[in-house]
Write a protein that binds this ligand. Sequence first.
Ligand code: FMN
Length: 367
Amino acid sequence: MTAHQLFQPFRLKTLELKNRVVMAPMTRSFSPGGVPTSGVADYYARRAEGEVGLILSEGTVVNRPAASNDPNIPHFYGKQALQGWKAVIDKVHAAGGVMAPQLWHMGVVPPDESGWLPTTPFEGPSGCVAPGKIGGVAMTEHDIAETIRAFAQAAVEAKALGFDAVEIHGAHGYLIDQFFWHPTNQRTDGYGGQTLAERSRFAAELVRAVRKAVGPDFPVGLRVSQWKPQDYAAKLAATPQEMEAWLVPLAAAGVDIFHCSQRRFWEPEFTGSDLNFAGWAKKLTGKPTVTVGSVGLSGDFSAALQFGESATPRPLDELFRRLDRGDFDLVAVGRPLLADAEWTRKIHEGRSSELVGYSKEALATLS
Ligand SMILES: Cc1cc2nc3c(=O)[nH]c(=O)nc-3n(C[C@H](O)[C@H](O)[C@H](O)COP(=O)(O)O)c2cc1C
């Protein structure tokens, strides 16, 4: 197996990528008051210089008073924050990179360990932070409409600033995923329901609003996951049929590319096939997909974040086998790119002995 397929170009509407490597969105909390600094711009530009095909920003929050639990997570609204993002995209472009912001609303989450709190209570479909555990308020229909508007407005700003696409964060137990997941969505109105397809209405309306706001040609991605930090074994869709009923309407609403988050990309999603989550999403929707999860590393990110575990480099043969087979189109890489801005170039040039793996020190700085 060779890296040949990983270094093939990719086109999607107006998006032109020189290779299939995507920098996974990774929260850094280095944007005081929500404003990305020049250090943030340099950090992303270094990954562009290191040959990353598509950079996804850390999650950056939309204009809702309780969208974030951390004052150092960047905003994607307000004059100063948007100026900060303009500097980011200009530097990334100057370094030959392509970039999309990941638009985020956390929903109901535990407060950050600093004790900082937003000015209004956390909001979500039913006010639950985890099954049966109240941590905020249930959103009214007005809140829902305003939140959808905030996502659409952020997408408009992204396009106006010159970003190449947007990704909507619909994964990992945050707001959109709280609507998908029955234990956190106990609503009895039209945004709840017994089926995943019913509970996808919020996401579908949000995607439709974003699509309408940016027009037909601007690429829109949606990140989804079965797992949540509240329950790593959770399965929103227990069968391919449920997954189809979930994702096909979202594709029809305007998603161009599904970013399918797994902790370990080689794990089959359903029994009877070795296809992973991104493989099934592509097969069922016909849309391009991004895979992710422990690419090139020995351990998964949950152990890294919870226990500070290090990970060593792992060969990419299984990834190449699936990529060559056409299971997915793009490959997102998280921790290896936190630790080493040159990871992509090293893979491209076959310099595997120079790979550094990942250790928690990478979290401490924006190097
Ligand atoms: C420090 C850190 C921050 C993260 N922040 C985000 C985030 O803001 N949005 C998101 O969708 N995923 C986030 N993730 C998950 C990553 O995007 C990725 O899915 C995960 O790290 C698995 O990829 P890896 O095994 O290559 O690290 C984060 C992961 C790490 C390690």
